[in-house]
Design a protein around this ligand. Sequence first.
Ligand code: IPM
Ligand code: MG
Length: 367
Amino acid sequence: MAPLKFAVLAGDYIGPEVMAEALRVLEHAASQEGLTLEHTAADVGGAGIDKHGKALPDATVALCERSDAILFGSVGGPKWEKLPPKDQPERAALLPLRKHFTLFANIRPGLLYRELADASPIKSDRIPDGIDIVCIRELTGGLYFGKPKETTTLPDGDIQAVDTMVYRKSEIERITATAIAAARSRRRKLCSVDKANVLETSVLWRKTVIDYVARHAPELELTHMYVDNAAMQLVRNPNQFDVFVTENMFGDILSDEMAVICGSLGMLSSASLGAGKNSRGLPFGLYEPAGGTAPDIAGKGLANPCAQVLSSALMLRYSFGLEKTAARIEAAVKRAVTGGVRTADIAFGGKSVGTKAMADAIIAQLG
Ligand code: IPM
Ligand code: MG
């Protein structure tokens, strides 16, 4: 197999620390199977601003264009918080990357091992088997990108800001297709989350999902839920969901809620898949942990690398078609953690290890 060619955008604070360990795990898993990696690093986020005056330097975009996938760390933090909002790392790097590569499908597994149930704010007896659900969030439409998007001074001197929520049927259909694929690989239950009692976009959303699933996946159990109710149901009984699919902003909010009920952000991975195919004919994608840059623990070697490792497993699965290797890495993380090797965020005050030792334990589990 040709070398696995991907861009490494580690970003800021703990980004580079967990990225280095994820690459070590990847190298190990790949060499065991005779695969070679060809990864190239580039600056992004605050690192881009500091070195090139831009959160998303042109050279970084060019590198991504030459790659089959992007392994992303995390961007932003106190150092750049004084910049105007539109120039800050999150808005000036992540959103343009999503748009540039039409990364419309954001897949966020909400996974909590039963052994870590105590890490969840939900009472353990409500989640005896942990949590295992998936959020599919539309990522390039809705309020984030709709036009007009502006602040104006009105004739009477008042100031008005407007964001526009807009969806096309075709955008809803393609994210529904992603959700169908996810549900088929799991328990065949799909819940579409909207606000069809109030929003025009949600009325179109619901109608489109119903029609599309009827035509393409009638075997699925399809349900619909208003977003306010979904927020409540997620904390009452998360496992009533299998896969849920929703528009950009609702997905932003619900996926953070999902992250907190799954215990530590340090365990959650994500994949953002594009409309375009890479040189292998598979989806081009960006793979990133859900946790952010954690400036408070940066530079101390304490960050949990698991989310970055699990994100790289998703990259192998979706952008390189290496299901077996991906599953092996996921199993190794699970065995390492449930076997008792834990970083501070999941140690419940017990014995904890640092970033490197956590990665060593995963590598040991890979054999
Ligand atoms: C996320 C983040 C981003 C978003 C921010 C950093 C722009 O919250 O990936 O969920 O809102 O999409
Ligand atoms: Mg978010």
